[in-house]
Design a binder for this molecule. Structure first.
Ligand SMILES: Cc1ncc(COP(=O)(O)O)c(C=O)c1O
Length: 396
């Protein structure tokens, strides 16, 4: 038999959590596990701007032939403008270009392949903790993965420890940063922190790879790009991965981009030739539908404005849920202990609950979250905040 030595590996822990949630007969259960945005009805809706763009495409799309290795040209330009700013000098000087990828995950994988093939010997440094897929994706391409501290044992962002550790990163290594809405913690760098990280990056000649998966979910579409744009202005070279899964609600359409920034237009052509070659062996050419939707939206002022309003609506709902949960915890004497939930950004919160407390919440209260204590705040039903706060108080 060919397959007899193949063992079973454990499934993704979030997917097993989703299964356990689905099996739980309790009608008052809470799903704070999986990382998708949910509206007041508990649904992950198709945005109106997306529906309108899809109708337009249905009527006007003339062909389903392959797009190029870098994807749709309009998508690449518009997503680069969204990330770097419409007036970015990098775009004017053709120092930045996007390669369309299957989601942000595809962009990260392509970045990993690029580093492994074109920058041999470079290690990559991830925040501790980080999104678990960062750990596996870069290990998978053969990069040496190391960590810098990010959140201390007191569940607070420890900028000093982070900067101190960055001073020891070998020259030329790759530094992965989350642009905003850090997954899993929700703790983001402040502007002065970005500036200090930039100083270390320059001094140690590191190559930043910025993962931008939640643009618009933190403080706003432009506000969330502050650190990315600072680095793009100040550094000759930079890699950025952008995901359209959350802010366009296009999760299953697998839409994203790897944006390479180089110190001149000539070098961009070299880098992009390598990226197209690597992508050819990964997925050949990227999936089109989501990117065509994004290009349709961003290329039409009315649709773009409708979409920006929808992103703002999702962003403010998450901010209100954060504030509401802290308020609901107050009568239990827990407002101070969980004040950080109101300060964090994006869908996720490192609550500070221990794995044992998470287990008890699941077993005794039907509240589902990952064992690290990460809760998807965007998964909460606003009308049930008091109920959730009471459940948390029972295990604290
Ligand atoms: C930090 C981070 N990066 C990248 C991604 C990639 O998202 P996708 O591949 O769905 O676009 C995610 C999704 O959860 C994420 O949390």
């Amino acid at each position: 038999m060919h397959f007899s030595a193949i063992a079973r590996i454990p499934g993704d822990s979030i997917l097993s959590l989703m299964d356990a949630y689905a099996r739980d007969p309790n009608p008052r259960k809470f799903d704070l596990g999986v990382g998708v945005y949910k509206d007041a009805q508990g649904l992950t809706p198709v945005l109106s701007a997306v529906k309108q763009a899809e109708r337009f495409l249905l009527d006007h799309q003339k062909s389903k032939t392959y797009v190029s290795g870098h994807g749709d040209v309009a998508f690449g330009r518009l997503v680069s403008e969204l990330v770097l700013g419409k007036d970015s000098p990098l775009l004017a000087r053709e120092r930045a270009g996007a390669t369309q990828t299957p989601g942000g995950t595809g962009a990260l994988r392509l970045a990993g392949e690029f580093i492994a093939h074109c920058l041999p010997g470079r290690g990559i440094w991830l925040s501790d903790p980080t999104w678990p897929i960062h750990e596996s994706i870069f290990a998978e391409v053969g990069l040496k993965v190391s960590h810098y501290p990010y959140v201390g044992s007191d569940n607070r962002l420890d900028v000093e420890a982070m900067l101190l550790a960055m001073e020891d990163i070998p020259h030329g290594d790759v530094l992965l940063l989350h642009a905003c809405c850090h997954n899993p913690t929700g703790f983001d760098l402040r502007q002065q922190d970005w500036q200090r990280v930039l100083d270390v990056v320059k001094r140690r000649e590191l190559l930043p790879l910025i993962d931008f998966a939640y643009q618009g979910f933190g403080d706003g579409l432009d506000e969330d790009a502050w650190g990315v744009r600072l680095f793009a202005r100040e550094l000759p070279e930079l890699l950025i991965t952008s995901s359209c899964s959350k802010n366009f609600g296009l999760y299953r359409e697998r839409t994203g981009a790897l944006i390479a920034c180089t110190h001149d237009a000539e070098k961009l052509l070299d880098v992009r030739s390598q990226l197209a070659g690597l992508a050819r062996n990964l997925w050949s050419t990227p999936p089109d539908h989501g990117a065509a939707v994004v290009a349709t939206i961003l290329g039409d002022p009315q649709l773009k404005s409708l979409w920006a309003d929808e992103v703002e609506h999702m962003r403010s709902r998450i901010a209100q849920l954060r504030a509401g949960l802290v308020e609901a915890l107050a009568p239990h004497g827990l407002a101070k202990r969980f004040a950080h939930i109101g300060e964090q950004r994006g869908m996720f919160s490192y609550t500070g609950l221990s794995p044992e407390q998470v287990d008890r919440l699941r077993d005794e209260q039907s509240v589902y979250m990952v064992r690290s204590g990460r809760a998807n705040v965007a998964g909460i039903d606003a009308s049930r905040l008091d109920e959730l706060a009471a459940a948390i108080a029972k295990v604290c």
